[in-house]
Design a binder for this molecule. Sequence first.
Ligand code: ADP
Length: 430
Amino acid sequence: MEPRGTALLTTLPVERRIAYLERLVRISQILNSTLSLEPLLNVIIQQATELTGCEACSIMLLDKRSGELRFAHSTGEGAHKLKGLVVPMGSSIAGWVARSRQALSIPDARADPRWNPDIDRTIGFVTRSILAVPLKVKEQVIGVMELINKVGHNGFNEDDVQIADALAAHVAIALENARLMAELQRAYDKLAELDRLKSEFVSIASHELRTPLSIILVYASFLQEQVSGQASEQLNMVLQSAMRLRSIIDDMVNLRHVDTGEALLERSTFSMKELIAEVTNEFCELSKAKHQSISLSLGDAELDIEADRQKIYLVLANLLSNAIKFTPPYGRIHISATRKDHELWVSVSDTGIGIPARELDRIFDRFYQVEASLNRRYQGIGLGLSIAKSMVELHKGRIWAESVVDKGSRFTFVLPINPSVVEPMPISGP
Ligand code: ADP
């Protein structure tokens, strides 16, 4: 048999050849414009029936697990009875075509030992001639297309084989597209379900952990006031660990609020200078313990801004605690803030371990940490920067990092000073 794409339909008159090609183009257009399999396959088998002038056409698909061929789509008399019927692989024309991966044209099916009369008997049909072609995706047979009973007496000819072959290629593409789409959909559904479960878990876990943790914090500080010496130091450790746990839970809750859209902005006008002083003060003990210096260059102006103070506090706190954490003892940390036109630019720089260039964008992803978590030297769960980014973007601002490994890092965020009078800004990048 001629392979696909060779001298096309040489025996057909020109006008029939043109009509055929027009239909083929139409099918290609439908194939490119729709992802719904059923209507497309129906169009193809209808066209196959009409173009070859036969009584019926069927598509049988190979079930990978059972190895069976099953009727999936059919035209012609009794088509509705065919759907789902199994065609024996070892004793049928379709089975032979699937196994040998070749087209087969038989003028008198009943005289062929490979023919199986069961289907005719089941649906009350009389098969005379058959043309069957394999449906192949990347050289794998996924089914068979069968044309039944060429009108007239001579059976199917070489042109019919070419038509069937070309249409089979379209069927195979449509089936493969549908399979890929279904796979994609399954993956999306699974992701959506995982996301839902994660949110539910975070919500339950944070709620359930918060109450006992508050009790630990209250009683530990109460006890610490009453004892002295070694017991006080030990209680201090308890308090510090409990506070670390609380900040992790707060991070989880904040992210959940961003995800659910509950993170609304409560704007007020405040001094960025004051806020920076407040955050620096909060972290001063931590940096002192590592003999680090924190310097500020904030200029003379108050740097008033209209924003959500608590959320900007979170941004600054995350950046400063990272700077302290990732800078070795005796290192330097510098915070600067300045007004540029209608924006406020705030930077937190350090002389710490730095971040490789290829990681600079990824560190803002959730749970992303440059050092793999199992051999980590630094505490944290990789949420701080993604929270900072979400908070800045809620304000229609932007945040980014610059760094040189072993020299240090600079994190900068930019916020509109008075959002009610400026245009929205792009959401990321310097
Ligand atoms: P965490 O600090 O809990 O690990 P973050 O989201 O705050 O999570 O930071 C993500 C990662 O980015 C950190 O684990 C670290 O690898 C890197 N990183 C953040 N800030 C700095 C910094 N100032 N210097 C070096 N690396 C940093």
